[in-house]
Design a protein. Structure first.
Lengths: 258, 251
């Protein structure tokens, strides 16, 4: 084996990263083109919406409730030092709608559905089911990738609404019932400080996160090679890459929008 | 006799490894052609060229006189309608039951209503000896049953050509015989062109009208089973007699 210096190694991984980014964008373009061309497979889209959305509700509810609760606990701890407990409600609500709702929902759905997309498409690739689609003159991007992307873009904002709402309920329970903040003040401060735009911006971010997690999951699955081991590798990589991209794009989108 | 598929001087490399090196092959219409050769010798690659799953680096692939390497996606899909393919592990969609698998090409490409489709599905499954298996999931089937279900799906649209990728690999001798008989029956009954890749010689002799031997990226011998058996080529001799010593380096 030839010795590879640190610069060469860095250069290689940089080039590989560029190559991967290009391949992901190409897959997105292909899927986008299929969006314009019939047949639109509504049945498959609904099936994926059920998988990405309905089946993620429990995990999103749990995440939202505990996040809202712990946020109320933490912010109360700080605010009580200068007698601003009344702001706990609005702090929880703003953090959830602008940031934690969309991001934590996206990360949870990545772990649940993004990984499953990579595993399912990867298995189909290594067992020649993707080739079988080509042979039967059905384009796999249109049949497998597009419905997953569309479903995730639709469902992530909806799940985020659930997370926002349940999170505020969690914050309310902790703040009002455990910490003894006045219920009326808790709610009034939320109404006073949270704008509709805080919520809609969060939902727009969620839609982008849906695109990212489904596109990365499908990409890693679609280009899987190397048998069962390859499927495992694709699944792990999909979760890691999608999670990192979600956090990175979260910063970019926040900087642009707010 | 006319040739429905013709590969002319096909070259294909994967990375640094040259798999096909100027391969030429003719597949006569309405006959069974068996391609034999070593494991890992590129037989599947030859098959995948015929249906456009792999594009050659150089050379032509003619299907009914049309060079499919020059087609765009839409035209290639049109050309693929002539084909059915049975994959090595059947490649059944494991999210669907057997009935939906067989119905898949019909739902995609025919204008039939659901009732007629289900009738055809029942008929195709009966042809391969899987009557009543519609509601089974692929994971519930044995290897032989999966291949039969895959064959039912491959013949659903009554293609002119069926490609078989190692149809008997991994089956016991009785199932091997049953699948070979099924290939022969299907070919005769539907009067189709069959291309089979295999390293099972006994089976090849039984079902083939023509046998072609692939070695080092080329077809080194082709002819009727009798001609192959009588071939004096040392490579062919070594392969058909299953000897470890000879011009082919086994290890």
């Amino acid at each position: 084996m030839r010795w590879i210096g640190p610069m060469e190694s860095l250069g290689r991984s940089f080039l590989r990263g560029l190559e991967e980014a290009g391949e992901i964008l190409l897959l997105l373009v292909q899927a986008g083109l299929w969006l314009l061309r019939p047949p639109w497979r509504l049945r498959l889209i609904f099936k994926q919406m059920e998988f990405v959305g309905i089946k993620s509700i429990n995990v999103v509810i749990l995440t939202g409730a505990f996040t809202g609760g712990v946020f109320a606990l933490q912010s109360h701890h700080g605010f009580v030092l200068f007698g601003a407990e009344s702001l706990v409600g609005s702090t929880v609500a703003l953090a959830l709608t602008r940031e934690l709702g969309p991001v934590l929902t996206a990360l949870m759905v990545t772990g649940r559905a993004g990984s499953a997309m990579a595993a399912e498409l990867g298995t189909m690739r290594v067992t020649e089911q993707v080739d079988a689609l080509y042979v039967m003159a059905v384009n796999p991007v249109q049949y497998l990738v597009l419905p997953r992307i569309v479903a995730a873009i639709i469902m992530l904002p909806i799940l985020t609404i659930v997370a926002d709402y349940i999170g505020i309920v969690g914050g309310y329970i902790v703040g009002v019932h455990l910490l003894g903040i006045n219920a009326g003040i808790f709610m009034a401060k939320i109404i006073e400080y949270v704008e509709v735009s805080d919520i809609t911006m969060g939902l727009i971010k969620a839609a982008y996160f849906g695109l990212i997690l489904s596109l990365v999951g499908c990409y890693k699955g679609f280009y899987t090679h190397g048998g069962a081991e390859g499927v495992g590798r694709a699944t792990t990589q999909a979760v890691v890459l999608a999670s990192v991209l979600i956090l990175a794009f979260d910063y970019v989108l926040t900087a642009i929008m707010f | 006799m006319d040739d429905i598929i013709e590969l002319i001087d096909v070259h294909k490399s994967f990375g640094k490894q040259k798999v096909l090196d100027g391969l030429s092959l003719k597949v006569p219409r309405g006959r069974t052609t068996v391609i034999i050769g070593l494991s890992g010798g590129g037989k599947s690659v030859v098959l995948k060229h015929m249906i456009g799953l792999i594009k050659p680096d150089q050379g032509q692939v003619l299907v009914a006189g049309q060079d499919i390497t020059q087609l765009d996606d839409r035209e290639l899909n049109q050309a693929r309608r002539r084909f059915g393919m049975l994959f090595q592990d059947a490649a059944l969609f494991d999210s669907m039951n057997v009935g939906d698998n067989v119905a898949f090409p019909l739902r995609e490409h025919s204008k039939l209503n659901e009732k007629d489709i289900m009738k055809l599905v029942t008929e195709k499954l009966a042809m391969v000896g899987l009557t009543g298996a519609e509601v089974k999931m692929p994971s519930q089937l044995s290897g032989g049953m999966r291949k039969r279900a895959g064959l039912a799906r491959a013949i659903a649209l009554e293609p002119e050509i069926i490609l078989f990728d190692e149809p008997t690999t991994g089956l016991d001798p009785l199932l091997t015989d049953a699948i070979n008989r099924l290939i022969k029956d299907t070919q005769e009954r539907l009067n189709i062109t069959a291309v089979v890749i295999s390293h099972d010689l006994a089976g090849a002799y039984r079902i083939a009208h023509n046998i072609a031997m692939l070695y080092q990226g080329r077809i080194v011998a082709s002819g009727t089973p009798d001609e192959i058996r009588a071939s004096q080529d040392p490579v062919v001799q070594q392969f058909i007699h299953g000897r470890a010593e000879g011009p082919i380096e086994v290890l």
